[in-house]
Ligand binder design. Structure first.
Ligand code: SAM
Ligand code: SF4
Ligand code: SF4
Length: 346
């Protein structure tokens, strides 16, 4: 149950706080070209990484302000030691009404049942290709079989929902739009196509590689007939569609049709820096405030105040940029690694 109080904050555009993405580590065991294309990265110092107790405490403060939908992400969250223990702690937090995980799936096979038992409700696995050699080239990982085992384990672990995320990139996997849909259907899970975004670490981004929602739908409808739009769910980033055979899928059109006006999300990096938007340049250091001895009342007041002043609508502003190119050069990302998608949490 949500414990959102009657005076839960809304931001300057009238948007309530609804979901919190917790990046539990900035490390990853893949190197997807659209997220971590570089050879080297600057990692967050270990001593700065929030403990499970600190994460649970902040989550409780956020949940009481309305952010009761919590998603664990990263980096690769399953690289965080003993993630099921964190899940147990967060599932017990008053006000957390939805607990989800986004993972690349490599380590999911061995953990799915344990995570479910610990209280994890929903899982999203990122899967961009059904071809192992493509993944090896594009994401520098030869563990495609492990990802597929992870999907199968999740699908049979009894989660409330299991989804697949596929970033579609022209010239890489745009010829797999239909095979990925067929695969998801065979696994009994819902696929969501994601437009390639020019976020933080995407230093190889260019507009011509973006396969738009319109293009994706055209490929699907040419074979399966009309895709019927399903009613929108409040603040959900994906638009969902149903095909004549009953298959339901989603498209997250963050690049060509952003949904900032309904955005109720904020993000916490593994070192406790709070971002009000995926595109925000700067965050708010909650770790130092917390470690400096702030009470929950003080933390609540700080978070409430900052959310109340929020005006962010990063993706919509990017849409208005003429001759759009990459968001950040590598040097800027090195200077502040929290601008990376894998640090901020996708
Ligand atoms: N490592 C986990 C994973 O890949 O699922 C969780 C973190 S990852 C940053 C979260 C999501 O962000 C993934 O589904 C990934 O595909 C997506 N993502 C990363 N970079 C992206 C980009 N440039 N455009 C669109 N989606 C991106
Ligand atoms: Fe790929 Fe996720 Fe790792 Fe980024 S954080 S490189 S999207 S697996
Ligand atoms: Fe929300 Fe920012 Fe993404 Fe827009 S760009 S949907 S405001 S996180």
């Amino acid at each position: 149950m949500s414990r959102r109080s009657a005076d839960a904050p809304t931001d300057q555009l009238g948007r309530p706080m609804g979901s919190l993405r917790l990046s539990v580590t900035d490390r990853c065991n893949m190197r997807c070209r659209y997220c971590m294309p570089e050879e080297e990265y600057r990692w967050l110092p270990r001593a700065s990484i929030l403990t499970f107790e600190e994460l649970a405490r902040l989550t409780a403060v956020f949940a009481a302000l309305g952010a009761g939908k919590v998603r664990l992400t990263g980096g690769e969250p399953l690289l965080r030691h003993d993630l099921p223990e964190l899940v147990r702690k967060l599932a017990a937090v008053d006000g957390v009404r939805d607990l989800a995980l986004t993972t690349n799936g490599i380590l999911l096979g061995a953990r799915a049942a344990e995570l479910r038992a610990a209280g994890l409700g929903r899982v999203t696995v990122s899967l961009d290709t059904l071809r192992p050699e493509r993944m090896a080239e594009f994401a520098r990982s030869d563990r495609h079989a492990d990802v597929l085992s992870g999907v199968a384990a999740a699908a049979s672990a009894g989660f409330d929902s299991v989804k697949l995320n596929s970033v579609v990139i022209r010239g890489y996997n745009d010829d797999e739009i239909l095979p990925l849909l067929a695969f998801a259907r065979a696994q009994g899970v819902e696929l969501r196509y994601i437009e390639y975004m020019d976020v933080g670490g995407a230093t190889r981004w260019s507009p011509d590689q973006v396969v738009s929602q319109r293009d994706i739908l055209a490929v699907i409808e040419a074979v399966h007939g009309p895709a019927e739009p399903l009613p929108a769910r409040a603040a959900a980033p994906a638009e969902r569609f149903r095909l004549a055979d009953g298959t339901v899928f989603g498209v997250i059109a963050s690049t060509t049709a952003p949904f900032c006006r309904d955005c109720d999300r904020s993000r916490l990096t593994a070192d406790g820096t709070w971002y009000l938007c995926l595109y925000a340049t700067d965050g708010i250091n909650l770790r130092d405030v917390m470690r400096g001895g702030a009470t929950d009342v003080e933390l609540t007041a700080l978070i409430r105040d900052r959310w109340g002043r929020r005006t962010d609508r990063g993706a919509e502003q990017r849409l208005a940029v003429p001759e759009r190119g990459v968001l950040y050069q590598v040097e800027t990302l090195r200077a502040d690694p929290r601008r990376e998608m894998h640090t901020r949490g996708g």
